[in-house]
Design a protein around this ligand. Sequence first.
Ligand SMILES: [Zn+2]
Length: 837
Amino acid sequence: MKFFVSFLLLTLFIYSAEAQLYSPSEFLGYESGEDFTPYHRVTDYVHHVAETAENVILVEYGHTYEGRVLQYLILSSADNLANLENIRTANLQLTGLLEGTPTEGIPALVWLSYNVHGNESVSTEAALEVIHTLASGTDPDVSAWLENTVVIIDPCLNPDGRDRYVHFYHRTRGRHPNVVEEAREHAEPWPGGRTNHYYFDLNRDWAWGTQMETRQRLQHYNRWMPHVHVDFHEQSVNSPYYFAPAAVPYHKYITPWQRELQDLMGANHARYFDQEGWLFFTRQVFDLFYPGYGDTWPTFNGAIGMTYEQAGSGRAGLGIITAEGDTLTLADRIEHHYTTSLSTIEVAANERDRIVDQFTQYFRNSVADATGAHAAYLIRRAGQEDQVHTISNHLDLLGITYGFAATTGRENGFAYHTGAREELQVEPGDLVVPAAQPKGVLARVLFEPEPELEDSLTYDITAWALPYVYGVEAYALDREVTWETIAPVPAASAHPSEPVAYIAEWKSFEDARLLADLLQRGVKVRYAEVPFEVNQQSYDEGTLIMTRGGAGAAFDSLVIQSARRTKQQVDAVTTTRVTEGVDFGSGDVVFIRAPRVAIVAGTPISPYSLGQLWHFFDEQLEYSATLVDSDDFGDLPLFRYDVIILPSGSYSDILDERRLEEVRDWIREGGRLIALERAAAFLADKDGFGLKRKSDDENDADSLNTEIQSYADRDRHEITQDIPGAIFRTELDTTHPLAFGYPRDYFTLKVNPRAFSWLEDGWNVGVLKENSLVSGFAGTQALEPLEQSLILGMESIGRGEVIYFADNPIFRGFYYHGRLLLANAVFLAGQRSVATF
Ligand SMILES: [Zn+2]
């Protein structure tokens, strides 16, 4: 407490000396820790500091989905700020991301990120105090640190989530905060404030940039490439404080220096905590492996990336009684994060020379001494143009260098889709990502077929290789091939005027975007259930056909506008006489009725699963879907919808016996129900539904009886039955509309060990067979029930269908490979029965 009290006295002193700059409490009108600051007041204070203090620059870097501004402050000495653009440029030159000779002796760049989880609300309050201390320029120690550092402070990475929490708290608290844990101010309502607008966890999104907050932040991160990055969090009320060094597993590309500086940081924080008698823990729980975090992503970008966790979060309010009977207050929480913030800057200032040297060395090694097993990664372009385009956008966002093969040649490497070493023919235009490049570590982390785990007890998924995420034919090559930075431009096909029909391929999720756009413009679209050939051109199952017959005068312009907007190619034909396959008037060319889609939302649905669907329809597919609150679902007139989607969640209240029977009646009349993960598990073994859970009782019995488990090994024993996140080869029936546009194999990301049997009376469209684990960790006992299990199935009930997804096809919004499966379920599957009754 002493530390903090003296700090408050100090700020009062500054105030009298320098009348312009207010402390947060003077500006906001309450003492630090007495209330939560709504985000617009955070912005007001940040503006006040930027306008008043000499050594501060404010950067607005974007907006959230709900329109709140994203911003950071740059704080340093006056000399450094006067030289800021040189420092930034020199730093990028040190990495090799920018050409030129860097000026020597740049300061250490420290980036502090606060409140990525909206309800871990102490972070922003602490950030305001840190900003004030750095901006006031009255503590000689701090001023000396700022000679050696440039500090970038983002006071809130997730303003939408933070305001959701703060407004909840203000609404529910009484005149005085209630510290009793069962008081409603400690129980956030669904969906809680942790996530952003679309209920995405922004601290899983760094490697993917599915959310606009992340994308805008990454652009600025890449402009700065900081040397130290800290992500401030909160954990449970009864876990005092966590700081570096992190827990194992560390990813194998993490360097000894990165480990050493984590130790130095932790030692300095511990010194301050011991002075005050504050408890903390290190080296447990928070590992450095999955690249989507605010500690790992910076680590794979050469920085010392760390997570600090304060006791508190959305349960803590302004004060709460802990298990030990003490009261944890917001003021305490602020003090702890404030202390580690300043301690981090102190270490960075003291170690500045080594930090800059080691950072430089990191990037030299990335280029000159790439230690991975592969020299380059190659993604086939032919037939995967949309995927290559989408992947190159992703690589641009991450700042990874890539190019396109310049010549043909024979190479050897690991083929992701077959899982074997192969000889391959490189074709001009294939996408090439060299391993030796400034961002080579990040590239290797994202492309290595099998990330190497030091320890299987990890916090997150253990497989994410981009070729599986995007489901592309790709190779990890033994040697680099020549490439150039310019992509070959495909020849534009001239359209005949007034063709009789337009044809569009069905090979990628981008093709589904075209279909969504066409349907919403009112264009009539059909799909071919069998391959065909017309105009000497052959087309696969699923190909979209738009015919002129019966269409209005705007037909051509509507189709062409759609194609332009979604950047998709449509072929124009002057005859519908096919030379192979069936004619366009055949029953095998199925009319697509634009589905009216409803999604069940609200408690107790998983906010993540719902949010990913919401984001999928709004932002990725751009097709309208209606979110219906679970409380209202019982009264929903089902017949107004063609497709109802059940996100993962708990359904025993939403679908009681009566409502389930009504849903079944709606299916019989032609409705299509899509059930994901736990929703599928809810329908399993219910009357009238064909899905069955695979019994795994035998396995449980085995594990209980064969050996006595020691208490100390309990975590390790549990993980033998679990799958934290691994990729499995799923065999598809590509003749079924649910699998149109796919090669034979779909790589499903499995995040739980649940297993379903193959349907006895239905279409087993995606199944696991033997030895289907492709990448990542899966517990030995979890594997056996998965053999011969169902991943994607469809059964008919009357004129309608139920579609079961055992896994999440759009995991965290980044799992591109499954998006088209979901689009098939929404647009193609079941249209035949609708069209023919
Ligand atoms: Zn957190």
